[in-house]
Design a binder for this molecule. Structure first.
Ligand code: NAP
Ligand code: GDD
Length: 321
């Protein structure tokens, strides 16, 4: 039985990855940080089948200790301050978690489990103000937010530790991926949650920023399989994971309101609060390397993803409290 250690197991991707690895027969050890409440909403159905251990990306000793105790074959470093907008108001914390946190995890692995395999959650946000379209593994980075800058650091420190210390360490440059478990502050979930509340008469508008931004949106359940595949390769390498299709936030809105037979134009209010100091206008990835080398392809297309998210939010809001 292989052991996987997952940081960020309580997040969207951590929950899908834990399910995926449990199905494959892994022993799954998940890192959680200390909190006065227990934020296990996304993994409530898994807590009896995973081992939860306490550590924090800010604390080197705790990270090294959990790696030493777990003796993992694979380490998935998913934990981060992952919300782009917050990275402007908490830039130092974002750098600590999302950039230096990666070095701390790599150090923990180097000291306590150097034969393990390491996955770093890199991001299409690294491409930022894109210098070529579609974006691929060789496309230069031009980050547009403190989050993007921190992820570029995390990416290159992973490459550097691979080359310096001969570690099996890889980065998956994942484009946006969503699900019914997506945080409510991200635009897709904010929209599907609002659609459900509006349809049920619990809200009458949704306040948004730049709805002309374009993203390459996939389904999180598909993307965690790509993470796993990257760690099963003979040699460590980095991959873009995307659908290859791009849609605007406006198109996402149209699709989401259409699921409940409403017209988004009657409900959207533009609010300056949700515009960003610097925007990423267009993301669309080229997943051909992942297809050729990993045999990976996305299975869920955007219309199905939108429907899945709207229906899940409708069900959640329909339940009596
Ligand atoms: P998410 O839902 O925001 O989850 C983030 C996770 O990190 C949570 O489990 C959170 O724990 C944990 N965390 C935050 N700060 C921590 C700290 N100081 N110590 C320990 N754990 C900490 O993010 P996600 O969407 O699953 O994304 C997973 C990773 O992929 C992130 O690194 C993200 O930046 C990256 N990524 C995401 C996407 C995407 O579209 N989803 C695309 C590319 C890259 P709490 O539950 O305690 O807050
Ligand atoms: N969150 C949010 N809220 N975004 C809005 C809103 C709003 O009210 N209105 C418009 N947008 C636009 C943003 O300006 C951005 O262009 C787009 O919607 C997507 O925003 P998010 O859903 O917050 O995601 P993101 O693309 O900034 O970041 C996500 O994807 C990255 C990969 O490219 C996050 O998951 C990151 O962690 C991830 O690395």
């Amino acid at each position: 039985m292989k052991t996987a250690l997952i940081t960020g197991i309580t997040g969207q991707d951590g929950s899908y990855l834990a399910e995926h690895l449990l199905k494959k027969g892994y022993r799954v050890v998940g890192v959680v940080r200390r909190s006065s409440t227990t934020p296990y909403e996304r993994i409530a159905h898994l807590v009896d089948r995973v081992e939860l251990v306490s550590a924090d990306l800010l604390d080197q000793t705790s990270l090294t200790d959990v790696v030493q105790a777990a003796e993992p074959d694979e380490i998935y470093n998913l934990a981060a301050q992952s919300f782009v907008q917050t990275s402007w108001t908490q830039p130092v914390l974002t750098g600590e978690f999302t950039a230096l946190g990666v070095t701390r995890m790599l150090e923990a692995m180097r000291k306590a489990a150097p034969k393990s395999r390491f996955y770093q959650a890199s991001s299409s946000e690294q491409f930022g103000k894109v210098v070529e379209t579609p974006q691929r593994e060789s496309t230069p980075f031009y980050p547009r937010s403190p989050y993007g800058v921190a992820k570029v650091y995390g990416h290159w420190i992973t490459v550097n530790y691979r080359e310096s210390f001969d570690l099996f360490a890889v980065s998956g440059i994942l484009f946006n991926h969503e699900s019914p478990r997506r945080g409510l502050e991200f635009v897709t979930r904010k929209i599907t949650d609002a659609v459900a509340r509006i349809k049920l008469g619990k809200a009458h508008e949704v306040r948004l920023g730049n709805i002309d931004a374009r993203r390459d949106w996939g389904f999180a359940g598909d993307y965690v399989d790509a993470m796993w595949r990257m760690l099963q390769q003979d040699a460590p390498d980095d991959f873009v994971i995307s659908t290859g299709k791009t849609y605007s936030v406006r198109e996402f809105l149209d699709a989401a309101f259409s699921v409940v037979d409403l017209d988004y134009r009657n409900y959207v209010v533009h609010d300056e609060k949700f515009f960003r100091p610097a925007e990423v206008d267009l993301l669309v990835g080229d997943p051909s390397k992942a297809k050729n080398k990993l045999g990976w392809e996305p299975r869920v297309a955007l219309p199905e993803l939108v429907r899945m998210m709207v229906e899940a939010d409708l069900e959640r809001h329909s339940k009596p409290r």
